[in-house]
Each structure stands twice: as structure tokens, then as C-alpha cells.
Write a protein that binds this ligand. Structure first.
Ligand code: RTP
Ligand code: MG
Length: 139
């Protein structure tokens, strides 16, 4: 079976610190196949749209500023049970609560600057992946 898909971003904090390689290694070791990938940068409008569900939250402005301050790695990942298994691999939003062996435990610095994004549903994975990648860029 080809497997299901999720969408991820290596966030600006992790790119700045040189953790692209380490995080991609954990993703591959975790059994995910990279089916699309690029270095890109979110505009303010992109980030506001991407995190629109949080627009009334007190941290929204800070979140948009953070996510737009530098390049990110955007990627689509394939595995059986991809969305849930990737959320398990990245760990809790707050790295202080993230389990041992998770990407956020190793690379996140705070609840705001937490190194990686993972889609929270199959529907959002499809929307987020299609935002960044044309069909011919997905393998
Ligand atoms: P993500 O969407 O980026 O994968 O993260 P998540 O599901 O684990 O967490 P979510 O609740 O969706 O929050 C989105 C991002 O907002 C920032 N945040 N800051 N300062 C704060 O209290 C706070 N809470 C959330 C984080 O960057 C979080 O990943
Ligand atoms: Mg989320």
C-alpha cells in the first residue's frame, strides 16, 4: 500500500540553528518517505491563513512573526497512519512536555519556537500540501 500523507514544516528556529539534516534524519528513520520538499519562506498573509484557527489567541501575532522571520523547509511525508504517527514523532507542542525520542524534545526551545509543524488531520494535510506543491512536484 502506498500509505497516507501528512504535511510538515521545519520552522525558522530549527533552520537557523542548522537542524535541517538532523530533523530529516529522524523523519526518515521514523519510517516516513519524503514525497515533496523545498526551502521556502511564508509571507505574513500565508502565516495568518495557515494558523487562522489561532487568530483570537494571545500568541497569534508572535506566531506569525516567528513563522515568517526566515526560511522553512516544507515537505509532504508518506507512511501508513501518517498524520497520527507524525504527531507522535514530533511530540507535544510544549517541548517541556515532549516525550523522549521526539523531534521537539531534541530540537525545540519553547512552546512558541518548537522546531516543526505536523498536520492535525488528513483533510488539513491535503490542504497544506496542495498550498505548497503542484501535483507534478509530489512523488
Ligand atoms: P503546529 O500546528 O505548528 O504543528 O503545532 P501544534 O499543533 O502542536 O500546536 P497548535 O496548538 O496548533 O499551535 C500552533 C503553534 O502556535 C505556537 N504556539 N505558541 N506561546 C504559546 O502559548 C503558543 N502556543 C502555541 C507554536 O509554534 C505552535 O506550534
Ligand atoms: Mg496545530
Amino acid at each position: 500500500m502506498a500509505g497516507t500523507r501528512t504535511f510538515t514544516m521545519i520552522k525558522p528556529d530549527a533552520v537557523e540553528k542548522g537542524h535541517i539534516g538532523g530533523i530529516l534524519n529522524m523523519i526518515t528513520e521514523g519510517g516516513f518517505r519524503i514525497v515533496a520538499m523545498k526551502l521556502t519562506q511564508l509571507t505574513v498573509a500565508d502565516a495568518q491563513q495557515f494558523y487562522a484557527i489561532h487568530k483570537e489567541r494571545p500568541f497569534f501575532g508572535e506566531l506569525v512573526e516567528f513563522m515568517t522571520r526566515g526560511p522553512i523547509v516544507a515537505a509532504i511525508l508518506e507512511k501508513d497512519n501518517a498524520v497520527d504517527d507524525f504527531r507522535t514523532l514530533i511530540g507535544a507542542t510544549n517541548p517541556a512536555e515532549a516525550a523522549e525520542g521526539t523531534i521537539r524534545k531534541k530540537y525545540a526551545t519553547s512552546i512558541g519556537e518548537n522546531a516543526v509543524h505536523g498536520s492535525d488531520s488528513d483533510e488539513n494535510a491535503a490542504i497544506e500540501g496542495a498550498f505548497h506543491f503542484a501535483g507534478r512536484e509530489q512523488f
